[in-house]
Design a protein. Structure first.
Length: 62
C-alpha cells in the first residue's frame, strides 16, 4: 500500500525511489513527493486519458 511504501521511503534519503502505481492526478504526485518518492511510473492513467499530452502536463506542471 501507499502508506507502507511511504514509511519505507522515509528511511531512504539518497536513493532513487520510484512510485510505480496509483498516480491518477497531480495530488497523487504531490503526495508521493512529500512521502519521499522522486520518480514516477504512470501508465494506465495516461492510456485512459482523452488528451494524453494535457494529462501529462497536468502531472508535471504546477
Amino acid at each position: 500500500s501507499f502508506v507502507k511504501a511511504a514509511s519505507l521511503a522515509a528511511g531512504l534519503k539518497n536513493e532513487i525511489l520510484v512510485c510505480e502505481s496509483g498516480i491518477r492526478n497531480r495530488r497523487d504526485v504531490d503526495a508521493a513527493r512529500e512521502a519521499g518518492f522522486n520518480s514516477f511510473l504512470v501508465g494506465t492513467s495516461i492510456l485512459r486519458s482523452g488528451n494524453k499530452r494535457k494529462f501529462i502536463r497536468s502531472l508535471t506542471e504546477k
